[in-house]
Design a protein around this ligand. Structure first.
Ligand code: ZN
Length: 432
């Protein structure tokens, strides 16, 4: 509009968003605490929170772990409880102690039972005195957090405790935790280790580990229809811990938004190209790409949002080739690095549900949590996004050039006007 207001409607969700002049001048990363941060010593570095390496028995039994050995990454499955400290983890995969969809949800609605593999793991784990103590301590903690007194907790039978323990061995809400809490050169507690601090290779291994977790959840729970994958970074994004982690949640439906998107694909197979990169390219919002993925500023989001799309003919992350995952991983990490670890973000994965015969492309949203929807939004359903799409692009592009010049992101990433932008760059609609 003449005054500079940019009105947008998200083509996939119908959400109406206005970017109004003067509200987007705040620099990114300005939402951080102004209290003088506490210094960190070696002890604090490993013990700072319950996700830290020094407190591994405060998270659930470890379903899997990635270690680095002889310059290579290896994945170990279902770690024996007595061996936690024998190998330094790069990434750990554990149940969320406070599940969004609990194991009871699956048990009571579907008569879900632990798979033979997970049941055997549970039995082996509890047969080890270290494992038994670990699990009983966690159950005490969960009961205490649910408001039970010490006396009430002492009355919970062993049988009930064993049933509760199913959540740790076969629940469908997991966390993939990166090892360090702080960067190696952090001097104080604001030196948090964030996604951009990983190398491209580490981030690729992280993505592969998440994709393996998705496959393992599905292999052990046949009622799962879709998987929600997300990362909440820093408290404004909903994070309870400022220790880097991604969550995977198994769901028994697609969700309203995905239902609508699949209907759009049925009506127009090419809708993700038409309303995605084709539209973004015409408005000069595509700002980075490689041979496997592309990134542009999304429109019609409540928060300033970058959308990163896989170009692959394969729709689900688990169907992607290693090169395709690597391409997505490189571009997502580059965007995180350009935004910076002091900005609160959500990373959300969107991908084809397990039981959909219609494909949508795998795409990742990175939402910058720099604004809080308030009364105006509640009353009008018009959302005020503080940054115009062009402004967000213009903040990110110079950082990408700097990162590429310094060798911090992959040289295969093309930036801004280097992008080729062929029409219909997403191949999901083709037959693989
Ligand atoms: Zn920590």
């Amino acid at each position: 509009m003449a005054d500079g207001t940019v009105k947008q409607v998200n083509p996939f969700t119908g959400v109406e968003v206005w970017s109004v002049p003067g509200r987007g001048n705040k620099p990114l990363g300005d939402n951080f605490s102004k209290v003088a941060p506490a210094p960190i010593g070696d002890q604090v570095r490993e013990d700072y929170c319950a996700f830290c390496y020094g407190r591994m028995y405060e998270t659930a039994p470890e379903k899997a772990r990635v270690i680095s050995h002889d310059g290579r990454f290896h994945t170990l499955q279902r770690i024996p409880p007595s061996t936690f400290t024998e190998m330094v983890p790069v990434f750990r995969r554990v149940s969320n102690l406070f599940e969004i969809l609990s194991v009871d949800y699956w048990r009571k609605n579907y008569n879900y039972k632990l798979s033979a593999l997970n049941l055997r793991w549970k039995e082996d784990y509890l047969a080890d005195p270290v494992g038994l103590k670990h699990v009983m301590d966690l159950i005490d903690y969960k009961l205490r957090r649910s408001g039970k007194s010490d006396e009430e907790i002492s009355q919970v039978s062993l049988e009930n405790r064993f049933v509760m323990a199913d959540a740790f061995f076969g629940g469908g809400h997991e966390m993939i935790i990166a090892q360090p809490h702080f960067t190696a050169d952090a001097m104080d507690v604001e030196g948090l280790y964030s996604t951009g601090d990983m190398s491209d290779e580490e981030h690729y291994q992280y993505y592969m580990f998440i994709i393996e977790a998705m496959a393992d959840i599905v292999a052990n729970n046949r009622y799962v229809r879709s998987l929600s994958v997300f990362k909440n970074w820093l408290p404004p994004a909903g994070a309870t811990f400022d220790h880097l982690h991604t969550q995977v949640v198994a769901i028994d439906e697609w969700g309203e938004s995905m239902e609508r998107q699949i209907k759009m694909v049925i009506q127009d197979k090419n809708v993700y190209n038409a309303f995605g990169p084709n539209f973004a390219a015409h408005h000069n919002l595509v700002f980075a790409e490689n041979d496997y993925a592309l990134a542009y500023v999304g429109i019609g989001h409540r928060f300033p949002t970058i959308e990163i799309y896989s170009r692959s003919v394969h729709a689900r992350p688990g169907d992607h080739t290693q090169d395709e995952v690597r391409g997505m991983s490189d571009l997502v990490r580059a965007v995180h690095a350009a935004i910076g670890g002091n900005v609160s973000v959500n990373e959300e994965w969107h991908h084809t549900p397990l039981d959909s015969i219609f494909k949508i492309p795998w795409h990742v949203f990175i939402k910058l949590r720099v604004n809080t929807p308030a009364g105006f939004e509640g009353g009008t359903s018009i959302f005020i996004n503080p940054m115009k799409p062009n402004d967000l692009r213009d903040q990110i592009v110079p950082h990408l050039y700097e990162l590429r010049t310094s060798g911090n992101i992959a040289s295969s990433i093309r930036i801004a006007e280097e992008c080729v932008l062929r029409p219909n760059p997403l191949d999901y609609y083709k037959t693989s």
